[in-house]
Design a protein around this ligand. Structure first.
Ligand code: IPD
Ligand code: CA
Ligand code: CA
Ligand code: CA
Length: 271
């Protein structure tokens, strides 16, 4: 069995690689972006930058941490198998690819380190603004040196709630029905287009809460830790852990009302 480095050491690596990755994404955005390919549906796009950023981080990890496993959105599971006690990196090279494509300044690089299946360190960097959110398990959530606490809102009717929609049209139709029923019961809804940033914004009360069905590990690994460490409860329906069925991130006082509403609306159901 291997001894993993401390979460602080893993975070240091994650921050460095994410800064370099963000510089690449930014440079490629300035040079001009086009769709390189489509994936699950015609609107699920990947650009050359998604691939270039992932390759850059994979190469750096291979150099710095050759024994570690890696999971990235564009190239899947690379590196080696996860050994007991070993580290797995989880990367979303560009979260918010559609914003990236359209030149909307709201997209991020997200990188987390997992030890024994638990995320212990994570960083999310907004490429355009340079805002950088970090967290280590038990070490709190931070943005640019400032400790973060989630919203203290207690009334769902006053809550600004972020959400997102997947790429599959059938899933989107179901998600649209859920959000249509939810809108009268909250202050308003935001669909900002980058799940990792939604979780980080909730970590500092710039959103009161967030939910989404269909997230992959790379969407939520780093942001989920940031949110948890800022005091949000991050979970699925019916006591299940957050996962592809549903991620709810809400301050303790908002969690149950939002959860129960989403359960009533069958937010984790549908395709
Ligand atoms: C997407 C974004 C979006 C969310 C989707 C994700 P991508 O990730 O985070 O906000 O609603 O579920 O797939 O494809 O831009 O990395
Ligand atoms: Ca993503
Ligand atoms: Ca992505
Ligand atoms: Ca994508």
């Amino acid at each position: 069995e291997r001894t993993a480095p401390s979460s602080g050491e893993l975070l240091e690596i994650a921050v460095e690689l994410t800064r370099d990755a963000a510089a690449t994404a930014y440079r490629m955005r300035v040079e001009g972006v086009s769709v390189a390919a489509t994936k699950s549906t015609a609107t699920d796009v990947v650009t050359a930058a998604d691939r270039a950023v992932e390759t850059q981080v994979l190469d750096a990890l291979r150099r710095l941490r050759p024994a570690d496993a890696v999971l990235g959105e564009e190239y899947g599971a690379g590196g080696t198998e996860v050994a007991p006690g070993g580290v797995r990196w989880i990367l979303d090279p560009i979260d918010g690819t559609v914003n990236y494509l359209y030149g909307l300044p709201h997209y991020a690089v997200s990188l987390a380190a997992e030890v024994d299946g638990e995320v212990v360190a994570g960083v999310v960097r907004n490429v355009t603004t340079g805002e950088e959110w970090t967290a280590t398990a038990g070490g709190g959530a931070w943005r640019d040196g400032e400790r973060l606490r989630c919203s203290t809102e207690t009334d769902l009717g006053q809550a600004l709630v972020g959400t997102g929609f997947g790429y599959d049209p059938k899933r989107r139709a179901h998600q649209a029905r859920v959000v249509a029923e939810l809108i009268p019961h909250v202050r308003d809804i935001r669909r900002l287009g980058a799940a990792a940033l939604d979780l980080c914004l909730a970590a500092e009360g710039r959103l009161d809460a967030y939910y989404e069905k269909g997230l992959a590990a790379w969407d939520q690994a780093a942001g989920g830790l940031v949110a948890t460490e800022a005091g949000l409860r991050v979970a699925g329906l019916g006591g299940r852990p957050a996962g592809p069925d549903l991620v709810i991130a809400a301050p303790p006082a908002l969690f149950t009302p939002l959860h129960d509403r989403l359960a009533d609306l069958d937010a984790s159901g549908g395709p």
